[in-house]
Design a protein around this ligand. Structure first.
Ligand code: B3K
Ligand code: ZN
Length: 887
């Protein structure tokens, strides 16, 4: 790109190595919010204490987009000779070692479209402070290592804002003149400002209770807009289950008498763990069987748990600086994954989590925005709430668990909480607790630390050989890690390889390594720490097939020299369900990529009979475990297949998948119809794992019948759309109809929109299914939908549903004529002014543009440069676009 453009006023990067403790601590914050329709006045009294451990320096407070009304020290008003004000700082010099500074500012939540700081959603006030939103509320040391106790007084019109909430306990409330009222909230637990929250609005609540292990009665409330009270039950149950689970699994109890959740319709991400006042995107609270899908129900369970778990992993023990984000996010994702696995089917959950990891995190690792789990620099921290920090971070936690075993892992987390409760710490502190709690475990922790420091997905290759005369089996594994931006050289990683050897009869063989006195079970964890290592097993009676990385024991790409027959064998016999699924996916990916290559070479694509036959065996066994079968019946995604190619052949991948799906639909028509009927759920609707599994198997079968253009499949889809009571089945059928050219398509879509026009979350599904259609008119349709009365670019959920879904629709977004890129550039430019976080999230879809062919690259570059040249580009978008152009 034009260097000059990037250089003019380029935002500066923040570096981990520049971390320095603050010159002052803030022990107490007393806030008063005077909420009005056309402005909000914030009065903040900070109780300061000089940090004796660092050299004396002025106090530089962060503050943006606000008007300073006054500053006072003790009772004395300061003048602009006593402070320096810039666009994003307020510097106070000559402060005593202890003192109170009172700052009054004016802000405009009613004009805040970025949804960061204090803003309005459906007329209600709410906040989002993580990562750096508090500086849009008042001048403050907006950094997580400054932990203070907060007292908050809120004043607002009583009729318009009957509910006034903040963190901690309600310690007073009353009426004021002019129809106004006030509430006082005190939070006894010191916290960083990113956990501050305020809500004022017309809300109703449902209430329940939880008694903690030590007997504390906690009042639980979920606040929603009137009319949504009947959609909170699942969230409440999930909250109660997570409170109980955290006591049992981690020994963590809740620490206040009240826990509030508020659901708002305009929210940039899923939810936020503010101390005792979680604020949620409605998407992760509201659910009724007729409005929400099984995926929504499961998402609610996970996200409610995730935010609750942050009370210990994030709030009680927080991050020293934002480079440590994975300290709380990776750990909390791992905890919510464990919880959901316990509540549902563990193998199904693991497969879903790994699928997501590969889809989004491996893709990130392979592109210009690749970064380590603990990054070393950022321009805009909001850009680093990434799959790498979250999902790969969770894999790092899972590896501690794998290496130390459940008890060793628990000893480690216990020590971590004992040592660091009330502190702001680093991922190194976490590692030290794990290490120190397990002195008997021989783990090279310095090498393990590279999982935090080195970006990229390690590749593991290997082969095995059986020696029939000595009854030995030798497994050789090699690891490599390709360069990523800023990290040209890499060191070998410490990779836990959970494995077994599957004997010819399909059972696991005893595992005795050469030099060991006896076999040590039939499953074990090998440590691959060298660039190349061989492991020789003795007493192996017959040639085995190795089952490697069971349960996906490390976030790596494995390429092992399995024959198709080996994979088919593992698919049928591996005792590890994850690897049974994995073998099927590897086989399918191999076959599909072969077809893509044939097509590119001008040859006919042929679906091998052996694959169709293997698929038939899966169909024969659906009833054993429908949820697992539904996953086994799903082909690798277009995105994932693309990652396996040097230059992504968008159309080839799409055509190959279509052809395989149609062949399966035709050949197995009878089995698919039988699966469909067998999995119909009778009786009252429920969201148990069994019912969810049956619905997913049934809808997978229906999709194959539709892929084959089967007349009976079409009739079933129409009937299901018309008659089903649950949203899972309704939307699954409508998505298939919307993706077809059935004459009923238009009427079905119109009827749905008419029925659900007042349910924003349901309408999001309607936008989404149209945006993911592979019909050639999809882009035009999406453009038209931008003007639909139910759409607004100001609502993040709407943007994700329509624009975000389109960017995941490979053949349409990556259309060779560049029309998809042009569309996205327009949206990013439009969003940049309104909501930089959402704009930048959308802009990330460009990141892997160099992995496509020359024509697409040229078109993507034009679009990227157009965004880069946009005046007033936010730091958020600038960082993503400039990295994409450099990378
Ligand atoms: N901690 C928040 C995410 C904040 C994102 C800021 N851009 C939600 C979560 O991970 O639980
Ligand atoms: Zn989180």
């Amino acid at each position: 790109m034009d260097k000059a453009v990037l250089d003019t006023g380029s935002p500066k990067a923040i570096l981990l190595r520049d971390y320095a403790a603050p010159p002052f601590w803030i022990d107490k914050v007393d806030l008063t919010f005077d909420l009005r329709e056309d402005e909000t006045i914030v009065t903040s009294r900070l109780t300061l204490r000089r940090n004796a451990d660092v050299a004396a320096a002025p106090l530089v407070l962060d503050g943006q987009e606000m008007e300073l009304i006054s500053v006072a020290l003790g009772g004395r008003g300061l003048t602009d000779r006593d402070y320096i004000l810039t666009a994003d700082t307020l510097t106070l010099t000559g402060l005593p070692d202890d003192g109170q500074v009172t700052i009054v500012t004016r802000i405009h939540p009613e004009k805040n479209t970025a949804l960061e700081g204090l803003y309005k959603s459906s007329g209600n006030f709410c906040t989002q402070c993580e990562a750096e939103g508090f500086r849009k509320i008042t001048y403050f040391l907006d950094r997580p290592d400054v932990m203070a106790r907060y007292s908050v007084r809120i004043e607002a019109d009583k009729a318009a804002y009957p509910v006034l909430l903040s963190n901690g306990n309600l310690t007073g409330e009353g009426d004021l003149e002019g129809g106004r009222h006030w509430a006082q909230w005190d939070d006894p637990w010191p916290k960083p400002c990113y956990l501050f929250a305020l809500v004022a609005g017309k809300l109703v609540s449902i209430e329940d209770h939880f008694t903690t292990a030590s007997g504390r009665d906690v009042t639980l409330r979920i606040y929603v807009e009137p009319g949504n009270e009947d959609k909170c039950g699942h969230a409440m149950t999930s909250l109660i289950n997570s409170m109980k689970w955290d006591e049992e699994a981690y020994g963590r109890e809740y620490d206040l008498d009240i826990f509030n959740i508020v659901a708002v319709g305009d929210f940039n991400m899923g939810a936020m763990e503010n101390k005792s006042l979680n604020i949620f995107n409605t998407k992760y609270i509201l659910a009724r069987p007729d409005t929400a899908t099984d995926t929504d129900f499961l998402g609610i369970e996970t996200v409610v748990a995730h935010e609750y778990f942050h009370n210990w992993t994030g709030n009680r023990v927080t991050c020293r600086d934002w480079f440590q984000l994975s300290l709380k996010e990776g750990l909390t994702v791992f905890r919510d994954q464990q919880f959901s696995a316990d509540m549902n089917s563990a193998p199904v959950k693991r497969i879903q989590d790994v699928t997501r990891l590969r889809q989004v995190q491996f893709a990130e690792d392979a592109g210009p925005t690749a970064h380590p789990v603990r990054p070393e620099s950022y321009i805009e921290i909001n850009n680093f709430y990434t799959p790498t920090v979250y999902e790969k971070g969770a894999e790092v936690l899972r590896m501690y668990h794998t290496l130390l075993g459940p008890q060793g892992y628990r000893r480690g987390t216990d020590l971590y909480f004992d040592r660091h409760d009330g502190q702001a710490v680093t991922t190194d502190d976490f590692l030290a607790a794990m290490r120190d709690a397990n002195p008997d475990k021989v783990v090279d922790w310095e090498q393990f630390r590279r999982w935090y420091a080195q970006a990229g997905t390690p590749k593991v290759e290997g082969e095995g050989s059986y020696d029939a005369s000595s009854h030995t089996y030798t497994l050789t594994l090699r690891q490599s890690l390709a360069p990523t931006p800023g990290q040209p050289e890499k060191l070998p990683m410490l990779i836990p390889v959970a494995m077994g050897l599957v004997g010819p009869d399909g059972t696991d063989l005893p595992l005795r390594l050469s030099g060991e006195a006896a076999a040590q079970g039939t499953e074990r964890v090998l440590i691959l720490s060298q660039p190349e290592q061989s492991f020789t097993f003795v007493d192996v009676g017959a040639s085995p097939v190795p089952s490697l990385f069971r349960g996906f024991s490390a976030p790596v790409k494995l390429s092992f020299d399995y024959s198709d027959a080996h994979l088919a064998f593992l698919m049928g016999h591996d005792s590890d369900p994850f690897n049974r699924w994995e073998a099927g996916q590897t086989l399918a990916a191999r076959l599909l990529l072969g077809m893509v290559a044939d097509r590119a070479a001008g040859r006919d694509m042929v679906v091998p009979d052996s694959y169709i036959a293997a698929f038939g065996h899966v169909l024969d066994r659906v009833s054993e475990d429908p949820a697992f079968a539904a996953l086994a019946l799903t082909l690798p995604s277009e995105n994932y297949l693309g990652q396996l190619m040097d230059i992504i052949d968008v159309d080839g991948i799409h055509a190959a998948r279509d052809q395989v799906r149609a062949a399966i639909g035709q050949t197995h028509r009878d089995k698919l119809l039988a699966t469909y009927s067998a999995c119909l759920t009778n009786g009252p609707f429920s969201v148990t794992p069994d019912a969810i599994g049956r619905r997913s198997a049934k809808n997978a079968a229906l999709a194959y019948l539709m892929a084959a253009g089967d007349a009976q499949g079409k009739a079933l889809a129409l009937a299901q759309y018309r008659d089903a009571s649950g949203m899972t089945d309704v939307i699954a059928a409508l998505a298939l109809i919307a993706d077809s050219d059935m004459p009923e398509r238009e009427a079905a879509l119109a009827a749905f929109a008419d029925k659900w026009k007042d349910e924003a979350l349901v309408m999001d599904k309607w936008f989404m299914i149209q945006a993911i259609s592979s019909r050639p008119d999809t882009l035009d349709n999406v453009k038209a939908l931008l003007a639909h009365p139910g759409f607004t670019i100001r609502n993040p959920n709407k943007v994700y549903a329509l624009v975000g879904s389109l960017t995941g629709n490979a053949p349409i977004f990556h259309a060779a004529d560049g029309s998809g890129y042009e569309f996205l550039a327009d949206r990013v430019i439009e969003l940049n002014k309104l909501n930089p976080q959402v704009a930048s999230r959308m802009a990330k879809a460009f990141a892997r543009w160099r992995q496509y062919d020359a024509q697409r690259q040229a078109a993507a570059k034009v679009a990227l440069e157009r965004v880069a040249h946009t005046p007033d580009l936010s730091r958020d978008v600038y960082e993503i676009i400039s990295r994409s152009l450099e990378g």
